[in-house]
Design a protein around this ligand. Structure first.
Ligand code: PXP
Length: 265
């Protein structure tokens, strides 16, 4: 299983002061030296973290593939096409959101996604769709011509955090998941089942399967039993841990957790 390290949050910190510290290129080199198999960045329409010049430099200098996340906005798609990342992952984007909430609605935006995939293919860029783990979304992704799907693991991660972390005691407790433990446990099992079933189905359709969002050092082991998932994209937890351990150790530790697991030699 490959580890894609999302380094957007390095740029979040930098943009907070509008300086060049921490240096995103240093983060790129450290992440790669520490075992990142891929670098993932999101060029948001509001440019709240990664800037165009970051994307350009990262794609030009990265020794490992760069997965560029982008919305289906035409201006962003044209920039992505020119940047020529190794892969583009189409994600939903709302200006007011804190992070990407939920997968891309492949039914509502069928025409826009179809246009985006065609455009990116014209520039020889393979496309992944960041989608919720449902059978219908896998079928639609295949029909639309994507090479890959990235399964949104947010629901699973939120349920896991409400059960097994201090989140429920914090300001950011998730109201809709303030439920009795047995109910949370059932829902967690169901969310994992959804991910497994979607991964198996996507694989049977010939789609490559990645997963991401909210994965961390505690919950990542749950992904290891799903052999169809070949890649995880992880950002927040790695960058958060790096505040205490340094980025090198944070990436190495995640890599150890992924590699050591018996089902993914
Ligand atoms: N994959 C995709 C498509 C994302 O949009 C994000 C969040 O930017 C991630 C993975 C990483 O999520 P997290 O930062 O929660 O690890």
């Amino acid at each position: 299983m490959k580890l894609g390290v999302n380094i957007d949050h390095i740029a979040v910190l930098r943009e907070a002061r509008r300086v060049n510290d921490p240096d995103i290129m240093q983060a790129l080199y450290v992440a790669i030296e520490s075992g990142a198999d891929q670098i993932t960045i999101h060029l948001r329409e509001d440019r709240r973290h990664i800037q165009d010049v970051d994307a350009q430099n990262i794609i030009m200098h990265s020794k490992v593939p760069v997965n560029l996340e982008c919305s289906i906005n035409k201006e962003i798609l044209n920039i992505t096409a020119k940047l020529k990342p190794h892969r583009a992952t189409l994600v939903p984007e709302k200006r007011e959101e804190v992070t990407t909430e939920g997968g891309l609605d492949v039914f509502k935006y069928e025409d826009e996604i179809s246009y985006a995939i065609e455009l990116l293919h014209d520039f020889s860029i393979p496309v992944s769709l960041f989608v919720d783990p449902s059978i219908e979304a896998m079928d639609k992704s295949k029909e639309l011509g994507a090479e890959m799907v990235e399964l949104h693991t947010g629901t699973f991660a939120n349920l896991y955090a409400m059960l097994y972390s201090s989140l429920s005691y914090s300001n950011h407790s998730i109201k809709e998941f303030e439920l009795p433990r047995h109910e949370l446990e059932t829902r967690l099992e169901e969310s994992l089942e959804d991910i497994k079933n979607a991964a198996t189905h996507a694989h049977s359709l010939g789609l490559e399967v990645a997963a991401g969002h909210g994965l961390n050092y505690q919950n990542v082991s749950q992904m290891m039993g799903i052999k169809e998932i070949i890649e995880l994209n992880i950002g927040q937890s790695i960058i958060a841990r790096s505040v205490f351990t340094g980025l090198e150790e944070a990436v190495k530790e995640m890599k150890r957790l992924i590699i050591l697991h018996p089902t993914h030699p």
